[in-house]
Design a binder for this molecule. Structure first.
Ligand code: ADP
Ligand code: MG
Length: 349
């Protein structure tokens, strides 16, 4: 009898391995839950962290809530209310569509609890899910319409990462805060608050007004001084617009690092490295010692790019990336050119 070495990995181990690729760190855990709140139409999202998010991440929203009929499948793998078939990807406007965030969170957290109520229910339900995303128990409680997701001790199931995050709390917290701020700035119609509780007490991390003003959001996060250094832009092309704020080209308006650079694609925070590089290069032509600050939303038809490149959907594949980059570069040059008069010429004494 020949020996058989190849065997299937048990389903729950596969689930845990794959989930670690969807939820990379505390910031991506928070991102997924906040995206779900925004997808549910919330106008208010309150984030409560315990020990910088390593002990508890709780996100409370006033969105649509979840119908009792969906409780059973809510945290199963690849179950979603946002996508039905592959072709829907071309017209998608929600953050989520892969139906794997909640199931992945169940696999890597010590405990996942969801309390929810829709406008059709008079009472809320508190749901607890097991590691495989199966509904393990439920009870009723009082709550306004909306959803609260509580993640207890994320990464407990992935000990190497758990230890690394415990050792690097400040790094992780900065990453998480920046990521949440990225959402808060572009979703200026949603009031977002964030509080962190440590043994020393509770501290507000930031809060935005939810008054539909991107500039007010930026001010509430970075302070009033930031406001004066920014200029509003709205670049319009045939099939594309690029709108938001960028720092003026005069010296002192930029920064010594590229820390405050946020790009969005149809309001989704994304990384477009070639475009970021191009913006920095144009800016340096007018303010050579600084990096620009910018918060720019690119609007493109949803069938001209693919967000389904990585599970976190930050990388984008465009049909025509170089055209987009040329469009932004040319328009920024036109915007900054008048400020050239203020740049001292190298021969002037
Ligand atoms: P996806 O967002 O890709 O659909 P998730 O695992 O993040 O996958 O969520 C699964 C489903 O749970 C969503 O499609 C949505 O119907 C529901 N859901 C999750 N969070 C919320 C929320 N805060 N409010 C309302 N529904 C939610
Ligand atoms: Mg989601």
């Amino acid at each position: 009898m020949q020996s058989k070495n190849i065997k299937a990995i048990d389903a729950s181990s596969v689930h845990r391995i794959c989930s670690g690729q969807v939820i990379l760190d505390p910031s991506s855990a928070l991102k997924e839950v906040v995206e779900n709140a925004v997808d549910a139409g919330a106008t208010k999202v309150d984030v409560k962290l315990k020990d910088y998010g390593l002990e508890v991440i709780e996100v409370c929203d006033n969105g649509s809530g979840i119908s009792p009929g969906d409780f059973e499948l809510l945290a199963c793998k690849h179950t979603t209310s946002k996508l039905r078939r592959f072709d829907d990807l071309n017209s998608l406007t929600t953050f989520g569509f892969r139906g794997e965030a909640l199931s992945s969170l169940c696999a890597i957290c010590e405990k996942v609890t969801i309390t929810t109520r829709t406008a059709n229910e008079v009472i809320a339900t508190k749901l607890e899910y097991d590691k495989n995303g199966k509904l393990r128990g439920s009870s009723t409680c009082a709550r306004e319409v909306g959803t609260t997701v509580t993640l207890d001790t994320i990464f407990k199931a992935l000990p190497v990462r758990y230890k690394d995050f415990q050792k690097n709390k400040t790094r992780e917290f900065q990453r998480l805060t920046r990521r949440l701020q990225a959402y808060a700035i572009i979703h200026s119609d949603v009031r977002i608050t964030c509080v962190n509780q440590t043994p020393k007490g509770k501290a507000s991390v930031f809060s935005t007004p939810g008054n539909n003003s991107m500039l007010d959001c930026v001010t509430s996060i970075y302070g009033a001084k930031q406001k004066d250094s920014l200029t509003a832009i709205e670049l319009r092309g045939e099939h594309v617009t690029c709108s938001g704020y960028i720092s003026k080209a005069s010296s002192g308006c930029g920064l010594s690092s590229g820390d405050r650079q946020f790009l969005y694609l149809n309001k989704r925070p994304v990384d477009i490295p070639k475009l970021s590089k191009a913006i920095n290069e144009v800016y340096k032509m007018y303010n050579m010692h600084q990096y620009p600050i910018y918060f720019l939303n690119i609007q493109l038809s949803t069938d001209t790019y693919d967000v389904n490149v990585t599970p976190d959907k930050r990388q984008i594949m465009f049909h025509d990336e170089s055209r987009l980059i040329e469009f932004v570069k040319e328009n920024l040059r036109n915007l900054f050119e008048p400020s050239r008069n203020n740049i001292p010429s190298p021969t002037a004494s």
